[in-house]
Write a protein that binds this ligand. Sequence first.
Ligand code: HEM
Length: 229
Amino acid sequence: MTSYLRSWLIGTPVVEENLDTSIPTFNRVSPPPGEDEGSDTEFEGDDDNPPVFPSLSSAQRVQSTPRILTDSHVMPPPPLPHLFQRIPGVNLAVRSPDVSSSLSILETTARPVKPSKKRDKVALAPGHSPLDWANLKTSGTDLRGVDTLMRIPPSVLKKHNKRDDAWSAFYGKVYNITPYMNFHPGGERELMRVAGRDGTKLFASTHAWVNADFMLDACLVGFLVPEPS
Ligand code: HEM
């Protein structure tokens, strides 16, 4: 029986005589003297005791006893945070290193950043959504106000700086921005800042991702050229 168990555990049949000493051996536990071993199938009577676990002949018993950790072996808990000493905006680690806690790295002396008011969106009037603008552009309505594309120097551009006659240059092209005023998500006031001049820089610093060429193609009036000498 023992040799059968060994061969089952190791995978190859074991010859009793050539046993390697490193192979774990099992102690066969005999019943107390005078008691019959009995058979597996034989009913032994009323026995409510649970089976021994791990079983007396199990490999687990051969292994060494598990190490039981005491308080001196385990990692000590982190120091208590000195939250009661915390002053808003003051880093405890800077104030006094001895009262700093493990939470010090989470503290900040920086004041909360106020959201910039630079890019406020305005509420567009009904009928002035981006989709309405796209429809107007393709409706065939004249949005240029000129018969032909022109070469426009800065001095000419400068004259078109009124709300009802506003031109502006973006990336070398001059557009009539008057029809777009009420459709601009950033509002009319922001758009008027570039009326009569080259607005490329301001446009790019506000929303470089917006495709001006596509948005205003129907409003093109000409091309920005240097002032004639
Ligand atoms: C005529 C050229 C311009 C066109 C076609 C245009 C187009 C647009 C579009 C499509 C948006 C919405 C962007 C988005 O939701 O991501 C927008 C927003 C805005 N635009 Fe313009 N824009 C123009 C010129 C300008 C200029 C010159 C300014 C001046 C600063 C400006 C300031 C703003 C602001 C403040 C917003 C709202 C903020 C935001 O979108 O988060 N825009 N513009």
